[in-house]
Every structure is written in C-alpha cells, then in structure tokens.
Write a protein that binds this ligand. Sequence first.
Ligand SMILES: Cc1ncc(C[n+]2csc(CCOP(=O)(O)OP(=O)(O)O)c2C)c(N)n1
Ligand SMILES: [Mg+2]
Length: 289
Amino acid sequence: MPDGAKVARAPGAEVISVKEYKSGDKPIWCPGCGDFGVLSATYKALAALQLQRHEVVVVSGIGCSSRTPYFLSTFGVHGVHGRSLPIATGIKLANPALTILVMGGDGDLMSIGTGHFTHAAARNIDLTCVMMDNQTYGLTKAQSSPTSFLGHKSKSTPYGVVAKPINPVLFALASGASYVARGYSARPNDLADIIAGGIRHPGFAFIHVQSPCAEFFNTYDYYDEHVESLPPDWDAHDLKAAVDLALTEEKRHLGVIYEEERTALSDAVRKFEPDTKQFDLTAYLQRFS
Ligand SMILES: Cc1ncc(C[n+]2csc(CCOP(=O)(O)OP(=O)(O)O)c2C)c(N)n1
Ligand SMILES: [Mg+2]
C-alpha cells in the first residue's frame, strides 16, 4: 500500500459511522450555502473508506469554505489565506501515513494561492484538494473572484469583471494534477464517491465543486441547467480528451475527468534516504581537523 491511511478497517474493528466524523460544532454558513453539501459528502467519503479520525488532517486557508475543519472530528488546521497547500505539504512530508484533505474556496486556491496550487499539482503531493467554487469571496461579502463570470458586477468590480475567468479544471490539468474531477454540491452522494476516489488516489487529487453561494451570488438555477454527468464509457486516462472536455464550458461535466498514476512526492523523496544514511559525519568532520 502506498502513502496514506487508506486501508479499510481491520477485521473485527467497529464500524465508524458518518456521525462519528462530525465534530459537534454546527456550521455557521448561510442557509442554502453549497458548502453544506460538500461537508455532507466529506463525512460520507470518510465513512465509506472507514478512515481513522486520528489519521486524517483537514487543512484550509481562510474563507467561508475554509471553516470546514471545525466541523469534522478529524485533526484540522485552519491556516492562513492562500497557504493551505504549503501547510498540507509539510504535514504530508513529515508523516506520509496521514490522509490529507485540503478544503477551501476559489479565492483561496485560485487567487492568492495560485502559485502554491500549480506547484503542489506538479509535485504530485499525495493529498485531496477540494475547492468549493462559489465564484465569489463569500467571507468578505461578495467581491468578485478569479472564477466570477465575465461582466459580473460586484463591490470590487462595479463596472463588471473584465478578466477572463480561470477554468479550474483546465488549470489543474495543465499543472499536472494526477486526479481531476468535478462535483456539484447539490449532488452530495456523487460528490462523496468523487472525494473517496480522490483520497484513494496516490497523488495530487483536485476536486472542483460547483458550490453556489445562496446569499450573494446564487447560481443553483444556472448549475441545475448546466451540469451533466460524464458519459459512462468516459476514458479518464486520456489527457487530451480531458483538456477538450474542460474547454467545453457551456456544459460543466461531473465525475472523474482525468486520472493518472505517477510517483507522489512523499514516495519520491523517500528514495533519497539511503544516500543520507550513508553520510559519514565523523569522516566529514576530520577534513577540518
Ligand atoms: C492575506 C490575506 N488577504 C486577504 C484576506 C481577506 N480575505 C479573507 S477570506 C477572502 C476570500 C475568500 O474567498 P474564497 O476563498 O473564495 O472563500 P469563500 O468565502 O468564498 O468560501 C479574503 C480576500 C485575508 N484574510 N488574508
Ligand atoms: Mg469563494
């Protein structure tokens, strides 16, 4: 088994229920927020995999979506805006046996955290990054974000957004993410399967979730009309097909778009260990005596 506590429970061990992954803290998200669906899907995914709570760390940045670690009974880090991925990388390298989930928003991961995102994907750090895309900065009350629609008017863009929106799936594919999927918070059961698949995947898994903000920029009607499941015979190992699909933005396809087996960073660096063990400090110090 490669990295991560991804093995089902030991024979005879008690079943961990969905409820046991709940911290008991009630989310303070607005009524109707898409993030409720993502949280529910996350509980279900952890229960489906029967992960031990002490072997899971949920890392976030800052934002409404980044409050997620509080609502899980696993370990968690509510970090700094845009820096969830560096924090998660450090945790994974220090203890590769842990299962790491990074959960945050479109602002956190595609704006201030963009540089970290692309390099985490390229290094294939074994973690699951769930981005709750509400196309706005929800926590700071509705400024436009890198995924806001062209022309979208907000407090920060009173004349409408002029920047072309970032396409998160295309960006993840171009960065080298080895598992790229899309879910919709209004379909939490499908999303639970996608998250479980991302956790099982030994490498950088990116899950783009259309997670509407009910308060400032409600897009449920839009996504109800525009989402479509991937065809059942979809070949998730074809990168070119995945890129073409990502470019068809008039339909937001749901499911596992791309999957590739590639050495994860924590496995790659372990290969350096024999070299460092052979280092003879006494002999080295004698050079200076
Ligand atoms: C360094 C820094 N810059 C700016 C902020 C202000 N800030 C807090 S959350 C946020 C954006 C949140 O948007 P997103 O990540 O999409 O999360 P959402 O609230 O929409 O879930 C910003 C700009 C901050 N906390 N720290
Ligand atoms: Mg947001």
